[in-house]
Every structure is written in C-alpha cells, then in structure tokens.
Design a protein. Structure first.
Length: 248
C-alpha cells in the first residue's frame, strides 16, 4: 500500500512540478516520492540512456560475489563500497543494455541459493566462486534481539457495527483503517469513560504478536459492546462505523 501511495504522489509531483515529464537527472529523480538512488538510476539508464549505476538486490548479490565484499550491504561503509564498484562498471554508452543485463544476471544465474556459476559469464573473475563460497555473499544482517512494543486495540461494537478509524499517513499501516489504538490499558479505559456511553459488555481477548522488520508488536484486543454510540472516541481522526453485512 505504501508503494501505491508513493506511485500516486510521484505522478502528481511529475505533473505539477515537471510539466508531466520525468526529470532527466538522477538527483532530481531521487527527490520524487518513492524513488531512491537505485530506482532513479534504473529509470535514468533504461528509459533515458543516461550512464547511471543501480544497486538493487540482484545487482548487490552479483557485485558482492564478484569482489567477495565482506559485510552486510545495509551497512553504510559496505553500501558505499558497492556504489563505487557499481559506478566503475556502469557502461558509459551502452548503459541501458548493461543495467538490464546486470539485473537479469542476478535474477537468473547469480541467484540467492543455487547460483549457476558454471555457465556464468563472470565466473573467471569471480572471487566468491574462486573461494567456493559464492552463496556466502552477500553477508546477512547481524542478528540482534528485536524490541517488543505493546498496544491495546479497542473493538468497539454497537449492534452490528464496529468502530474503525483511519490511521495517520506516517507510521505503521499508514492511511489504512484500524481499530482505535492505545498505548496502555488505562488509556483505553479513560477513553471509554470519556465517551459518555454505557458499556454493556467488555472482554479482554487473547493477545497476539505481529512482527515487523525491526520490532515485535504485542496486540491486546479489547472487545466492548455499547448500548449506544459514543459522543467521541479519538477526537480529530476520521472514523466510520463499519457493518460488514452492508458491504457489497
């Protein structure tokens, strides 16, 4: 969903600020919503023939094996080294063909788990293959314990309807609809007390864990049935009472 929103924002920006035509420099392309350095390089090289390096996942894998680059590519020092290598190899005139070939090489021959080294056109100069350790590259991200966060979600029900609110654009699940969320149980109870309505039934459901790339989120659902709709829950947010039976 973030990619779709960025694609829409990018189209709007190109139309509003660039007259409907994509800018023709990597620097300007990189400033567009959802476009980073590698994507900007791919657009510039493939669609415009501009000599610009790329460093997507496939190309990182090829270059780390070719030069036996140690370290996790997400580390800045390693990433900077890979960008220097990528810039060195980028063809000055046949950049379109080179860029596509590098992506295809990583996708079809220099694959993650079973690289076809015997038919790879770069095998003679590949340090990873010479070491017999091609699959050791690129190195994995160093493991560390993920922090655990807690959240309480309020499943507020009135008759057949459940209250949903639109999440902020920034943050997890940005712009999507969700149950009202609170940092701790007391905050949830305070919100109910301020809603000005009577609770008919309240039950704590079994908590569950959702894992993101950088932390665990323990979610504590609270099911609350009301005798009437409240005056306000989470003021200042876009809200809707959702009835699944009315959706066609």
């Amino acid at each position: 969903y973030a990619r779709a929103r960025n694609l829409h924002k990018c189209a709007q920006t190109v139309w509003a600020e660039h007259g409907g035509a994509f800018p023709r420099s990597v620097a300007e392309l990189s400033e567009l919503p959802g476009i980073g350095r590698s994507t900007a390089g791919a657009i510039a090289s493939i669609s415009m023939g501009i000599a610009a390096p790329i460093l997507d996942g496939n190309v990182k894998r090829v270059l780390t094996r070719l030069h036996a680059v140690a370290g996790w590519p997400g580390d800045k020092k390693v990433a900077d080294q890979l960008w220097r290598i990528a810039e060195h190899y980028t063809h000055p005139t046949h950049t379109r063909e080179y860029t596509q070939a590098m992506m295809d090489l990583g996708a079809t021959l220099c694959t993650r788990s079973k690289p076809a080294c015997t038919v790879c056109p770069l095998v003679d100069g590949c340090r990873g293959a010479a070491q017999g350790q091609a699959t050791d590259y690129p190195h994995s991200k160093p493991k560390k314990d993920k922090p655990v966060r807690q959240t309480w979600m309020l499943m507020l029900q009135h008759k057949e309807e459940l209250l949903l609110y639109r999440r902020p654009e920034q943050g997890i699940w940005g712009g999507l609809w969700s149950f009202p969320e609170y940092p701790h149980a007391d905050a949830l109870q305070d919100a109910l007390a301020l809603s000005g309505t009577k609770v008919q039934h309240q039950a704590a459901l079994a908590p569950f864990r959702h894992t993101f790339s950088h932390y665990h989120l323990d979610i504590h659902p609270q099911h609350v049935v009301l005798n009437r709709k409240p005056r306000a829950i989470m003021e200042g947010t876009e809200q809707v009472w959702y009835n699944e039976g009315q959706i066609t």
